[in-house]
Design a protein. Structure first.
Ligand code: AKG
Ligand code: FE2
Length: 229
């Protein structure tokens, strides 16, 4: 029995190749703007990239829908993150020489509605061999972790951590970034809920019907105790 655990979720192929090419097509029809416009004052000082903003942009809204659907049907995300609200995503582009220095994301975000940002997500859109640099580097509680994932794969991480996008020195890095408010605010509680859910899935294919039912009750009651809706 392997229980996946932790607050850094790596999702291989969050979107499939056809969703990826739809997103890339939509991006081709959109215009990028200076990314400083969506950063808080402190972050704007270290932010040097280009962005497409979902608000008032039809193509970006369609990208948002594809990403939203992929998040909603992904069982690992639903189990470990319990998203309550997902922000309309931003599409970002880093060309050679661009980077996003060490920063902390705003705790509250959103224009049409405000969410508390519990976790952030980067969905990588470019083939990692097509650009140099551009790793997402997070100062985790276990030390520095770098992510440069395959096109279509994503990482979700606690927004409480300082992070940066290292300079792109060659090629172009495209990514979709978004933030979520979780039904359960604290990461350590979400981890317990996720672990129970994984044991429940293991038990569901065995004959331990009473244990399964009992654990389902514990799982449900803990969510009732901890969720803020
Ligand atoms: O592109 C990324 O991997 C993360 C970008 C980021 O940190 C941000 O937009 O706040
Ligand atoms: Fe960030």
């Amino acid at each position: 029995m392997i229980i996946e655990t932790g607050n850094y979720l790596e999702l291989t192929q969050l979107i499939n190749p056809s969703e990826l090419s739809s997103i890339l097509n939509l991006i081709e029809q959109s215009n990028f703007k200076d990314g400083k416009s969506t950063a808080s004052e402190n972050a704007a000082n270290v932010k040097n990239n280009l962005q497409i903003n979902s608000e008032n942009n039809f193509h970006a809204q369609q990208i948002g829908q594809i990403v939203h659907q992929a998040i909603s049907k992904n069982r690992r995300i639903q189990s470990a993150i319990l998203p309550k609200v997902i922000l309309p995503p931003l599409v970002s582009q880093y060309e050679s020489g661009m980077h996003y220095g060490l920063h902390v994301d705003s705790p509250l975000m959103g224009n049409q509605f405000t969410i508390r940002t519990d976790v952030g997500m980067t969905l990588f859109l470019s083939d990692p061999s097509s650009y140099e640099g551009g790793e997402l580097e997070i100062m985790t509680e276990f030390g520095l972790q770098r992510f440069k994932l395959s096109a279509g794969s994503a990482v979700i991480y606690p927004t409480t951590r300082l992070h940066q996008v290292l300079p792109v020195t060659q090629g172009k890095r495209l990514a979709v970034v978004t933030w979520m408010q979780c039904a359960i605010r604290e990461a350590n509680k979400r981890e317990i809920i996720d672990q129970i859910n994984q044991v429940l899935n293991e038990l569901s294919v065995t004959d331990h019907k009473e244990s399964h039912l009992m654990l389902q009750q514990i799982y449900s009651n803990l969510i009732r105790m901890w969720a803020e809706i």
